[in-house]
Design a protein around this ligand. Sequence first.
Ligand SMILES: [Zn+2]
Length: 82
Amino acid sequence: MFGEIQTTAVICKNTKAHRDENLMFGHKIPLAETDAFEVLPVTGAILVQCDACGHEDLYEPSEISRLEFNVPEGFVTHPRFK
Ligand SMILES: [Zn+2]
């Protein structure tokens, strides 16, 4: 896959680590490829590790959003979305 795809993603809660990156939106962590109509496969909080700063935190389904994402090379789908 190349370029921008629809993903489910969360914003890293360790905002201090990403202060220089994107002040408006924070650091986005892609979880899985999705499409616009797919229902979230998770119903409870999931543990996500940031791909950049390594910070782990729990994210509620309400904190998971759909984003156009330029998926980095070596992107691995979050185990809860497989
Ligand atoms: Zn982070």
